[in-house]
Design a protein. Structure first.
Length: 117
């Protein structure tokens, strides 16, 4: 029996999809606001929120987990140095997805901004 899979595939294989989320999360951590498609922003939100939760704990194990998930030492340093302490008293909801009014030029895709609150 075929059950519905959770999450979007973006017509990519697993490794490509993980690499896409990794690079989007890295860009979001470094720039704190990025523009992407609405579907990618919605898929990125739980990935990044988990990383911020790890950064709030600030243990060696959480640092190593985020290093494997992000793959960039500068992004991990910024996540644990500035972003994690910023949300120390917040229980969740660290990111915001705002839809853009202007559509994509080539295929009328829905665009959105994702940023930290």
């Amino acid at each position: 029996m075929a059950f519905t899979k959770k999450g979007q595939t973006f017509h990519r294989e697993t490794g490509q999809r993980r690499a896409l989320l990794k690079s989007l999360a890295r860009s979001l951590v470094l720039h704190e606001r990025i523009s992407t498609t609405e579907a990618k922003a919605k898929a990125l939100r739980p990935f990044v929120e988990r990383l911020v939760t790890y950064a709030k704990k600030n243990t060696l194990a959480s640092r190593r987990l985020t290093q494997t998930r992000l793959g960039d030492k500068d992004a991990v340093k910024k996540l644990f140095g500035t972003i994690g302490p910023r949300y120390a008293s917040r229980k969740g909801g660290y990111t915001r997805v705002v839809k853009r009014t202007r559509r994509g030029l080539n295929d009328a895709r829905k665009l959105a901004y994702i940023s930290f609150v």
